[in-house]
Design a protein around this ligand. Structure first.
Ligand code: MG
Length: 253
């Protein structure tokens, strides 16, 4: 899964560098598929329950599951990009939300809060902690920053299949739920809006929007529970230059 996750992280870094005004979400989808296949891996989303893309591309008030297509990014947009990669039968899943050019201060805060809530959740991924500790870490950070966690969409276990037990809500009480044990792998994915937590489904049967039209963000890592704590298997957050300078092992944090 770490090998699969490394390909995914590089794919997200590539998409991040390509996501700018004038580029369509379909362009990003084609770039992602080309890259993933060039690495000998497969785009895990393509064909999943009939999904047509290799990535989900969800702009602005769309939270998740956007079908890539003709939509051309504009300056001031935020775009959530979610990618799945399968290599040798093992799946990794990760997402980032990117700012297209200069964005509003609300959008900036939304991105910062959502990303921070993911890393606070990863810190809870230690043997002996409970799933509720992971969920609560997201909720605490998001709500203390005055934003809302989407309640009807959840993270998930991951491994041979993209979606395995347990479900991982982005809200919960500390000390509740299943105990985390070494070797579990979790796809933790805060989905956050700058407004309310309610959602609506679009008529395409895929795209999920905030009900009130508020901006949304989505950050995700695939994380293994190890004796040393959470090990991020999809290290899209590690900066390429730092990695080149230090030769750091990319799959660890
Ligand atoms: Mg996921």
């Amino acid at each position: 899964m770490a090998a699969s996750g490394r390909i995914l992280a590089r794919c997200l870094q590539l998409l991040r560098s390509k996501a700018r005004a004038g580029v369509s979400t379909g362009d990003l989808d084609r770039a992602a598929e080309r890259f993933i296949r060039s690495q000998g891996a497969e785009p895990a989303f393509k064909g999943y329950n009939g999904f047509p893309g290799s990535i989900c591309a969800s702009p602005n008030s769309m939270i998740v599951h956007g079908i890539p297509g003709d939509y051309a990014l504009e300056r001031g947009d935020v775009l959530s990009i979610d990618v799945g990669v399968e290599l040798d039968g093992w799946v990794a899943d990760a997402a980032v939300t990117v700012a297209i050019g200069r964005v509003s201060s609300v959008a900036r805060r939304l991105l910062d809060t959502t990303e921070a809530s993911l890393f606070e959740a990863v810190e809870q991924c230690r043997p002996g902690q409970h799933l509720g500790d992971v969920s609560h870490a997201v909720q605490r950070r998001v709500e203390s920053d005055g934003m809302a966690v989407v309640r009807s969409l959840v993270g998930h276990g991951i491994g041979r299949s993209m979606h395995e037990d347990p479900q991982i809500p982005n809200f919960g009480r500390p000390g509740t739920g299943p105990e985390l044990t070494e070797g579990m792998v979790l796809a933790i994915e805060p989905m956050v809006t700058a407004g309310g937590h309610e959602i609506r489904m679009a008529s395409d049967g895929w795209s999920v929007y905030s009900l009130d039209g508020s901006l949304a963000a989505h950050f995700e890592h695939t994380v293994a529970v190890t004796a040393d704590g959470g090990r991020i298997l999809t290290p899209w957050h590690l900066d390429e230059d730092a990695r080149n300078r230090t030769g750091a092992r990319v799959e660890t944090v």
